[in-house]
Ligand binder design. Structure first.
Ligand code: ZN
Length: 257
């Protein structure tokens, strides 16, 4: 399945998701009791779109968070030359820092792996090694769902799941592109394993403010040739809803060694 995102391919509407009884009926996520959260972000923005509410909750509960920035996100603007791409990478990194600051993290802990955007699956062993060595007893790993629909997201989710299994760590999967290609009746989404984090008005407002830090993704892609942003508004709105949904991955237990 190829993931196509443009004005003609805006996926399942947010109105459809908001009206979904299935989504409203998803069980609540239990309170965080992690010693630390390892948040795997294939691209600089996934951590905030997928888990900006969870990040605020972790900060409030004094749970330390380490963001693993897997790629630098250089693939969002493929027409750029080398120097422009380096500027884009700097910009995307600082957007992520600013967004995390807006969620309460004055000095966010971000480890960058610099794997190539759109080619994470070719570097799976390096990613798996990085995650396995970073995971510690009592950590929760929060990563994209391994069937999210973007090859980098799927590769990150797959490696995270394997790392969690080998370390006996607990894993929650977040959803980004699933909201695009799936619909509330989609049987390929394991709804029974989903858990819902209900956001307060304040958390929701802060998350929305944080998403606005990613100007390279939400502004016109190239003002000279196109007004279309990488993430059009109907897609961005999915991440302003009053809840976040995570898939509770089975097979892992809290690390005891
Ligand atoms: Zn992504």
């Amino acid at each position: 399945m190829a993931l196509i995102v443009d004005q003609e391919n805006l996926g399942t509407s947010e109105a459809q998701w908001r009206a979904s009884q299935k989504l409203q009926g998803v069980d609540l996520l239990e309170p965080l009791h992690a010693k630390r959260i390892l948040l795997v972000a294939p691209h600089p923005d996934d951590e905030v779109f997928g888990a900006g509410g969870l990040l605020q909750r972790a900060h409030e509960d004094d749970v330390p968070v380490e963001v693993i920035a897997v790629t630098d996100g250089e693939g969002s603007h493929p027409h750029l030359d080398g120097a422009q791409t380096r500027d884009l990478v700097r910009r995307r990194t600082s957007e992520s820092v600013e967004a995390l600051r807006r969620l309460g993290y004055a000095r966010p802990n971000i480890s960058q792996l610099h794997l190539p955007d759109s080619k994470v699956s070719l570097h799976r062993s390096a990613l798996l090694a990085a995650l396995t060595t970073t995971l510690r007893p009592g950590d929760w790993c929060v990563a994209p769902w391994r069937h999210d629909g973007h090859p980098d997201h799927d590769a990150c989710g797959d490696a995270a799941r394997q790392a969690c299994e080998s370390r006996g760590a607990r894993m929650l999967s977040y959803l980004i592109w699933t909201w695009h290609w799936a619909n509330p009746d989609d049987v390929t989404v394991p709804w029974e394993s989903c858990r819902r984090l209900q956001l307060s008005r304040r958390e929701r407002a802060r998350k929305r403010w944080a998403t606005m830090a990613f100007t390279s993704q939400i502004s016109a892609r190239d003002p000279q040739t196109s007004d279309e942003p990488v993430l059009p508004a109907p897609i961005l709105r999915r991440f302003w809803r009053p809840n976040e949904v995570f898939i509770e991955e089975s097979g892992g237990n809290d690390v005891v060694n």
